[in-house]
Design a protein around this ligand. Structure first.
Ligand code: 1DF
Ligand code: MN
Length: 347
């Protein structure tokens, strides 16, 4: 049985947004993580960061050639981290609209090669203007055909368990599109000890930040309020699948003790939401033991392929995943079937 390979955490950035990043770096704006990450990618003259920046801005020939060289048939595109999260609300809104229009054009030009997640100005919700973010999400999904929404983790230190964001989560549930919870650099309150040691980025800090964010979403009761909300995380779940029994045990113990006002009783165990409401992409984790472990403890129908282009453009990692110990039906599900249903893909 043959299958296409659909990659589901594939980053891009409009040149206009990268230009705003350059200005912010120059003016010392944004949080410390932004200065660290984008100071590197936009400041370094080394080969890899320059290639990453060039590839981020391309939604045409170079990207498609790279996909062909690696055997990737289709990319689900998403605005790279931190996306619009570092801007003031008006700039974020302008950039989200521009990003969605650019992605929609690429999808129109290459409908068999690309679909896209919507970008929204999440900070609108922090400024009494959640309706604006919801309106852009509706436009992106209904008018531009987008298949989900990217959440590049914290928004200037705020997390999606904050109820001011919930109208956007409610809209995603109603529109039946998943929220892709993607890493951001740790916020200023948690950055320093990671950054001091060079651990703030993809090596570990992203997982600390994003795994915690996912756990905050669960323990705050988001999925009791929005039971059909679907979340996607990369990097095999930002380490949470390895922690299931410990999280469940101490969640129950802490609820019983009343130790933390923020930790309330939930309808289900935390691990139940991780199996019911969350999907897991293999971005950056082309590693057979890890992939098979998450299939085992979460569910084979929840683990899907992603590359993390252009940050981890390593064609050999596709070969590693081609050699997973799966039969043809399971392999097709891994590369194509799960993503097709999760994002309601039509091509
Ligand atoms: C990196 C990795 C950067 C991932 C990313 O976006 C990113 C990196 C700024 O290697 O610096 O999405 N990643 O998901 O692993
Ligand atoms: Mn990524």
């Amino acid at each position: 049985m043959s299958h296409r390979r659909i990659a589901t955490e594939e980053a891009f950035a409009p040149p206009e947004l990268l230009q705003l990043y350059r200005t912010m770096l120059h003016d010392g704006e944004g949080d410390k993580g932004f200065q660290s990450l984008w100071g590197f990618y936009l400041g370094s003259t080394a080969e890899r960061p320059r290639a990453v920046v060039r590839r981020l801005a391309d939604l045409g020939a170079e990207r498609i050639a790279d996909m062909d060289a690696a055997g990737i048939d289709h990319q689900v595109l998403a605005l790279t981290a931190p996306g619009t999260n570092v801007f003031d609300p008006a700039t974020a809104r302008t950039m989200a609209t521009l990003t969605n229009d650019m992605a929609a054009q690429a999808v129109r030009d290459h409908p068999d090669r690309f679909t896209a997640l919507a970008a929204v100005a999440w900070q609108d919700a922090l400024h009494d203007n959640a309706d604006a973010a919801v309106a852009e999400l509706e436009r992106a999904v209904r008018r531009l055909g987008m298949c989900g929404v990217i959440a590049n983790s914290h928004v200037q230190g705020a997390y999606l368990d904050d109820q001011r964001f919930w109208p956007v989560l409610e809209a995603a549930e109603l529109l039946d599109v998943p929220v892709y919870l993607h890493p951001n650099t740790p916020n200023d309150r948690m950055l320093d000890p990671l950054h001091d040691a060079g651990l703030d980025g993809a090596i570990y800090g992203f997982a600390v930040e994003t795994g915690m964010h996912l756990l905050r979403i669960i323990t705050s009761g988001v999925f009791d309020r929005f039971p059909r909300l679907r979340l996607v995380v990369g990097h095999l779940g930002e380490a949470l699948p390895f922690w299931l029994p410990r999280i469940d045990h101490f969640h129950a113990a802490q609820v019983a003790s009343g130790r933390y006002p923020a930790m309330k009783a939930l309808q289900l165990r935390p691990s139940d939401y991780l199996r019911r409401n969350v999907w897991y992409a293999t971005s950056g984790m082309a590693w057979q033991p890890g992939i098979m472990f998450v299939r085992d403890v979460i569910g084979a129908d929840r683990v899907l392929y992603a590359m993390d282009y252009p940050y981890q453009y390593v064609p050999d990692e596709v070969r590693v995943q081609d050699e997973l110990p799966l039969d043809a039906v399971a392999m097709r599900e891994f590369y194509e079937g799960i993503a097709t249903r999760l994002f309601h893909l039509t091509v």
